[in-house]
Design a protein around this ligand. Structure first.
Ligand code: NCD
Length: 299
């Protein structure tokens, strides 16, 4: 079973993974290790990564698995001109699953077509980043549970580089499963691609989506979840935006500000101590979610 896109996921998949993550969280970093189930996970990264790569490494190790870490593809046969397909065919003989990050949209699907083992998409260019979305949604879900609420009914605002931000694309795809109000805030040149818009709206005609160029007072007052994305300069995006004191003043008391990180200047550091800042919580949840994903795939 591959994990390529949030478009393939159902509510039942999400619930199963979230419940596994809750168990991992309860075990408090000391999960029960079953030696008989030891696997080898390959971490194959053609693009830089801090959180995704390290959290998969940590999650696999905590579960008692071994990690084949190929972070610097320049030290592999990729520099000798090897195709992605041949690299995947090779690594899939050595590993029981492959976590792949690659600069091309669709690379994870290409890999899945030739792999003998499950492929986990850890980011394919400006395409998708489904494991980030699972941890993002888990963070929202846990907060809702604490308050006796539900994801349905939330007002979710996605702000920043919606064009090249793959975590945005995957999040929008998964939100088709919920009845939420979505507001897209982006500079004109970084608006959501038409194809993503179409794919994510097709599923549920009752969804409400609005597009705005700036984060207005009205949006601030209405938002339960503000998900901010940095300018993806490495994919040619150019823009400047930053959360201001004035906007924060209009936020609800119990809303949440999220960010997949790394951040640049879009969320100033002075906001970090605000109880509505959830981006460090997201990092922690990423570990539990990735443990849950690995358990799901290896069982
Ligand atoms: C994101 C990514 O690589 O898409 N990082 C991450 O995995 N948390 C976000 C980004 O690079 O902006």
């Amino acid at each position: 079973m591959h994990l390529l896109s949030t478009q393939d996921m159902t509510l039942a998949d999400i619930e199963r993974i979230f419940n596994k993550a809750l168990v991992k969280e309860k075990e408090h970093f000391r999960p029960k290790i079953r030696n008989s189930a030891k696997k080898i996970l390959a971490n194959l990264f053609y693009e830089p990564s801090t959180r995704t790569s390290s959290s998969f490494f940590s999650a696999a190790t905590k579960l008692g698995h071994t990690v084949l870490q190929i972070n610097e593809v320049k030290y592999s046969s990729v520099t000798k001109g090897e195709t992605l397909e041949d690299t995947i065919r090779t690594i899939s003989q050595y590993a029981d699953a492959i976590v792949l990050r690659h600069p091309d949209i669709g690379a994870a699907r290409t890999a899945a077509n030739v792999s003998d083992v499950p492929i986990i998409n850890a980011g394919d260019g400006a395409g998708e980043h489904p494991t980030q979305t699972l941890l993002d949604l888990y963070t929202i879900w846990k907060k809702c549970r604490k308050q006796g609420k539900d994801i349905n009914g939330l007002s979710i605002t996605l702000m920043g580089d919606l064009k090249n931000g793959r975590t945005i694309h995957s999040l929008l795809n998964i939100l088709r499963l919920y009845n939420v109000k979505i507001t897209l805030v982006s500079p004109d040149n970084l608006r959501l691609p038409e194809s993503v818009y179409r794919d994510s709206t097709n599923f549920n005609e009752g969804r409400r989506i609005a597009e705005e160029p700036t984060l207005t007072e009205k949006i601030c007052q209405d938002t339960d979840v503000l998900y901010v994305k940095r300018v993806q300069k490495e994919r040619g995006s150019v823009a400047e935006y930053q959360l201001t004191n004035e906007q924060v003043k209009h936020f609800k008391n119990d809303m949440m500000v999220m960010h997949p990180l790394p951040r640049n200047e879009e969320i100033p550091q002075w906001f970090d101590n605000d109880r509505r800042a959830y981006y460090f919580e997201q990092i922690k949840n990423g570990l539990y979610i990735r443990m849950a994903i690995l358990e799901d795939i290896f069982l």
